[in-house]
Design a protein around this ligand. Structure first.
Ligand code: ATP
Ligand code: MG
Length: 447
């Protein structure tokens, strides 16, 4: 049950007359037969004792009792028993009190399934019936859920996250308490919320978690913009589901990559706002991909996602509409350039998921159209033809030498040059393009 490194660490702490146990996610995942990636050890030794016992340590959260021990090239978090004081701000204990009692430490943990320990003899210590909850696949707060969520409102997101990751259900009192306390989530930093949301999104079936955050009222606090999709009838034969149900299906059909899952979550978020109906009563959503991408960007900026992920998501949402695949090479090149070569795989993955989420009459042709587009992109990329301004054999300095200063005309000229090269890649040489630019300039001055 305990691997030799964990045994080594626990034994070494105990050799100094302290107690130490493996606790938390490692024990839970072990009992579930899942992979264990990080190891938390809880002990009555103080942080400075741990630093004295081991050669290589990092004072990760020394104030809070946590020292990282490096052993055999792996790291282990060793934390002193704590009994947290009062939480007046709903997110952090006012003071961290170290304790000498294991049970005190376990009582302050979030869920029964996270409060099981293993001692050096591999005996399980389970004060709160966590083992039974693991057997019955239940996420249940330790103690009174209202109190626990009031202490630290992030636990509400964590409950949904564990439920989704582990395919568990929420204990009924725990669920009702989240509904009651959902507005407390606004006291929590967006970074902490975002990390839990990411884990939900990367789960096998993210829709389970998204539905639960919606149903408990958490979504209204975190991403209120998302709420309009719920129950929004599309009045369109290609869509037999409302925007929310369609989104859930697309979400579950994408690969588990963060930018892809976020793009799936947001790809149609502005459909309600773009809705129009024609005389026949059929629904249309013109430009919803533009509005949805703008909105996705704003939401992700508010949640402080890193810029590169935000940009990936913005682009995926912006170009998710499979418009015409009868594009000529020039159009395909523009498409590749807009999406970016590195994002094409994710783009197609989102397209496939999107087609899967539509009504079955809609899109057997969708898959074929996508394959045509994919093939066209592949051919063009293989031919290594110029795609964007940076591939042009003429640059800003050349243009300046021809008397064209940075500004409006400059941009116009470059765009025309790119247009030419996209259609006639063989004309991408400095000489040829200079001649072309001169002809453009002369044309201008003739006018
Ligand atoms: P993961 O597999 O995601 O790492 P984990 O259970 O190890 O799951 P961590 O966030 O690493 O989760 O936390 C380690 C342990 O610390 C938890 O198992 C739980 O006992 C306790 N814990 C973490 N966050 C909280 C919290 N906000 N409130 C109470 N206890 C917590
Ligand atoms: Mg952990």
């Amino acid at each position: 049950m305990l691997n030799k490194n964990i045994k080594y660490i626990i034994r070494k702490i105990e050799a100094h007359n302290f107690k130490a146990y493996l606790v938390g996610g490692a024990v839970r995942n072990f009992l579930l037969g899942l992979e264990v990636s990080d190891f938390d050890i809880t002990t009555n030794a103080l942080p400075q004792d741990i630093e004295g016992i081991f050669h290589k340590t990092i004072p990760t959260g020394k104030k809070y009792g946590t020292i990282t021990v490096i052993h055999d090239n792996s790291s282990y978090e060793v934390t002193t028993f704590r009994s947290d004081g009062t939480y007046s701000d709903g997110r952090r204990p006012d003071s961290v009190r170290f304790s000498t009692e294991l049970i005190e430490d376990l009582k302050r943990r979030d869920f029964t399934i996270n409060a099981i320990c293993i001692d050096i003899d591999e005996k399980l210590i389970d004060y709160f019936n966590g083992i039974e909850d693991i057997k019955n696949k239940i996420v249940r707060c330790i103690g009174n859920p209202d109190e626990r969520f009031t202490e630290d409102a992030l636990r509400m997101m964590r409950a949904v996250r564990f439920m989704t990751q582990l395919k568990f259900t929420l204990d009924e009192n725990t669920r009702l308490s989240i509904i009651k306390n959902s507005d407390l989530i606004k006291n929590i930093s967006v970074e902490r919320i975002r990390e839990e949301l990411n884990k939900i999104l990367l789960s096998d079936k993210p829709s389970d978690g998204i539905r639960m955050i919606v149903d408990t009222g958490l979504m209204k606090q975190i991403i209120p913009e998302f709420m309009d999709t719920i129950g929004f009838n599309q009045h369109n034969p290609y869509h037999d589901k409302d925007v929310f149900e369609h989104t859930m299906e697309v979400l579950d059909s994408t690969k588990s990559k963060l930018s892809l899952r976020l793009a799936a979550l947001f790809h149609d978020i502005s459909k309600p706002e773009c809705f129009t109906q024609d005389e026949s009563g059929r629904g249309h959503f013109y430009e919803h991909e533009v509005k949805s991408s703008e909105r996705a960007k704003l939401i992700m900026e508010r949640l402080k996602y890193p810029n590169d992920i935000t940009e990936d998501v913005r682009v995926l949402v912006r170009y998710h509409l499979l418009k015409s695949v009868d594009m000529k090479d020039k159009g395909v090149k523009r498409y590749i350039n807009n999406v970016g070569i590195d994002r094409l795989e994710n783009m197609f993955d989102l397209n496939i998921a999107d087609i899967k989420g539509k009504s079955k009459i809609a899109d057997t042709s969708g898959f074929e159209r996508l394959e045509i587009l994919r093939e066209k992109c592949r051919n063009i990329i293989e031919r290594k033809e110029p795609l964007s301004r940076k591939d042009l054999k003429i640059n800003g300095r050349d243009l300046e030498a021809l008397g064209i200063e940075k500004g409006h005309i400059y941009t116009e000229v470059l765009n025309k040059v790119l247009d030419l090269v996209l259609e006639f890649p063989e004309r991408n040489s400095k000489e040829e393009l200079k001649k072309y630019v001169l002809s453009l300039v002369n044309e201008q001055s003739d006018k």
